[in-house]
Design a protein around this ligand. Structure first.
Ligand code: NCD
Length: 304
């Protein structure tokens, strides 16, 4: 039995296969519409979510399966003090596969160690968010044709943003990737990413504060929200929340085929006027997220 805790749990070849399945699902929806008949997905979300939870649920429903679960810690027995280990043992009796989001780093991993069904990490604190990364990789591969030889700018909250941490980890295995990290001083990428992921693998990168300065060199711009819930005080959040706002004017500095991705939710960091630019692909990205989750469910349930 396999779980998904980090994008590195799959080899590059396995990720390619997963994306091939997702592409086939996109083209032949009918072929997959009953493949999970009789199967149940549990979504155990101890932290707020719109996209990820509904995307998992929609993925399972499109495969013919059914879903159950909870959308907040308050509405589960966690509020009575139940441990994640006990909860997953219980869920294992009710469902065939579980997607779990938790504010504590490592909680889905603890659950996986006690589980008799596959567990998918749907985001653990500021640590990892592997299914968002699968979504991001699929978006890049589908719209750019491949995942290699490109300059990828990541902008915003690079300190707390788990989607950023997972994506850097996954992209380090692809050829010719060059990173530009754009953040205020206080929200720079964590040291462990700089030393254990980038320096160790000789990945070229630079860190800058001003988005305008690097806009012309980017092939992908990955915007992120300042992660309010991970700040220790509201004052710092208020000071930093509008540090970056991507506008039409800034988009004029970019390559004609640059693409803007965002894991969403957006707050103020991308002005709504940018939404009509064909290079803004963050809503398309949501659609790819459902296909790749369908492919992941099928793979972990060993139905493909
Ligand atoms: C992200 C998350 O939860 O980390 N959202 C998502 O799942 N698409 C990004 C965020 O909350 O900023």
């Amino acid at each position: 039995m396999r779980h998904l805790m980090s994008p590195l749990d799959f080899s590059v070849e396995e990720l390619d296969k997963l994306m091939d399945i997702a592409e086939d699902i996109e083209k032949n929806r009918d072929k997959y519409s009953h493949i999970c008949d009789g199967k149940i997905l549990a979504t155990c979300f101890y932290e707020p979510s719109t996209r990820t939870r509904l995307s998992f649920e929609s993925a399972m429903l499109h495969l013919g399966g059914q879903v159950l679960g909870f959308a907040s810690a308050d509405s589960s027995s966690a509020a009575k003090g139940e441990s994640v280990s006990d909860t997953i043992r219980v869920i294992s009796c009710f469902a065939d596969i579980c997607a779990m989001r938790h504010p504590k780093e490592g909680a889905p991993m603890v659950a996986a160690s006690k589980s008799s069904i596959p567990v998918i990490n749907a985001g653990d604190g500021g640590h990892q968010h592997p299914t968002q990364t699968l979504t991001d990789l699929m978006t890049i591969r589908s719209l750019k044709g491949s995942i290699k030889n490109m300059t990828i700018g990541l902008c915003g909250d690079l300190k707390f943003g788990r989607t950023v941490h997972s994506l850097i980890n996954a992209l380090k295995r692809y050829e010719g990737i060059n990173f530009v990290f754009i953040s205020p001083e206080e929200l720079r990428i964590p040291d462990y990413i700089r030393s254990d992921v980038l320096d160790k693998n000789n990945i070229p990168y630079k860190e800058v504060i001003k988005l305008e300065d690097v806009m012309p060199e980017l092939d992908i711009l990955y915007m992120t929200r300042v992660q309010r819930e991970r700040f220790f005080n509201e004052e710092d959040y208020v000071r930093l929340k509008d540090f970056y706002i991507l506008t039409k004017e800034k988009m004029e500095l970019a390559k004609k085929d640059m693409m803007v991705l965002h894991p969403l939710p957006r707050v103020n960091e991308i002005s709504v006027e940018v939404d009509d630019d064909p290079r803004a692909v963050y809503f398309k990205q949501v659609q790819y997220g459902m296909y790749i989750r369908m492919a992941l469910i099928l793979t972990l349930l060993e139905l493909v």
